[in-house]
Write a protein that binds this ligand. Structure first.
Ligand code: ADP
Ligand code: MG
Length: 318
């Protein structure tokens, strides 16, 4: 049964996830009213997901709802911010009630897990596209940035790399543990908060480590040495790829869609950082060092240079 724009909003999006005391006015007026506490800075990010570009067209709608929010919370995590509010601009080809219910379920489950409230949005008719804007808070002056890495800093990544890219490559043949990493990434919000006072720079890994670390070195005016054999891989990744393929490095290096964090920090802080992430059940792996100069040099354990086969994901590049 087709529904109007207003009944879609009422039905699926008016319940707003968390009910936060800092929301003066949420969904239902021309705009939302939100209170930023003294001493905090507002951190704002927006990301669009287009069907067939950012997720395979056969992705379950609950996963689309989850991922649309997750990629934005991942950007807040990379700033060391605590998520607070989101808005949602939804363009739909049809008002499919089953699709909408599942989409909202996926989105609100993740919102509730992070204490985030949906405070507004826009609903229009057209090719499927989902835009989420996420807003978070960080103590003033304390946000992590891409700039700030210093010569001698260690380069570390949370979790495991390459799973999502492997799932995409395998398609229907991907085991569920890999497919879940593509469809339902877990934004590393708690890790970003835990590393905020320790890291010199940070970025979240959406386009592949090589491309994203490239943003850190350029913003920080430094170079980097990357130890490709140290890139952390999950059991599922090792079982699927590594036994067959001695050159498995491409996916963790340039595959993208990992939504892990990459941070730099002074080597004497590694143990503290690792202990904090262990409390969250997350590995933190050293994958290289910041060096003077520019660019990223990839090396094997035995010192041989590694020549990456691609740079990472870029839109408008074929
Ligand atoms: P306006 O025409 O003034 O922009 P809308 O009719 O687009 O207002 O939206 C009415 C209210 O519903 C607003 O508070 C808006 O933020 C909210 N809203 C619209 N679409 C969504 C959505 N997909 N998710 C959450 N809130 C939405
Ligand atoms: Mg509107």
């Amino acid at each position: 049964m087709p529904e109007s724009e207003f009944s879609i909003i009422d039905h699926y999006f008016h319940r707003s996830g968390a009910e936060r005391p800092d929301v003066t006015l949420g969904i239902g007026d021309d705009a939302a009213l939100l209170r930023v506490p003294d001493g905090q800075e507002l951190v704002v990010t927006v990301d669009t997901l287009v069907a067939g570009v950012h997720f395979p067209v056969d992705t379950p709608p609950a996963a689309i709802g989850h991922k649309a929010l997750a990629v934005n919370l991942s950007d807040l995590a990379a700033m060391g911010a605590t998520p607070a509010w989101v808005t949602l601009a939804l363009t739909l080809p049809t008002a499919d009630t089953d699709w909408l219910a599942a989409f909202a379920e996926g989105l609100f489950a993740l919102a509730a897990a992070h204490g985030v409230q949906l405070v507004g949005g826009d609903t229009t008719h057209g090719p499927l596209s989902i835009t989420v804007q996420a807003m978070g808070l960080v103590p003033a002056g304390r946000a992590l940035r891409r700039a700030g890495a210093r010569e001698g800093d260690a380069i570390l990544v949370t979790g495991y790399l390459g799973d999502a890219a492997l799932a995409l490559k395998r398609g229907a043949a991907a085991v569920s543990a890999l497919r879940a990493r593509l469809d339902m990434p877990h934004p590393r919000v708690a890790a970003g908060e835990a590393l905020r006072e320790l890291a010199s720079s940070a970025i979240d890994l959406s386009d592949g480590l090589l491309a994203d670390l490239g943003h850190i070195v350029r913003a920080s005016a430094v170079g980097a040495e990357l130890w490709v054999d140290a890139l952390p891989r999950s059991d599922a990744f090792r079982q699927t790829v590594e036994r067959e393929q001695p050159d498995w490095h491409g996916l963790p290096l340039t595959g993208g869609d990992d939504y892990e964090l990459c941070v730099t920090l002074a080597p004497e802080r590694i143990e503290t950082a690792r202990a904090r992430l262990a409390e969250l059940g997350l590995p933190l792996t050293e994958v290289g060092r910041i060096r003077a100069g520019q660019g990223i040099h990839c090396r094997h354990e035995d010192g041989r240079e590694h020549q990456p086969t691609s740079k990472g994901y870029e839109h408008f590049v074929t």
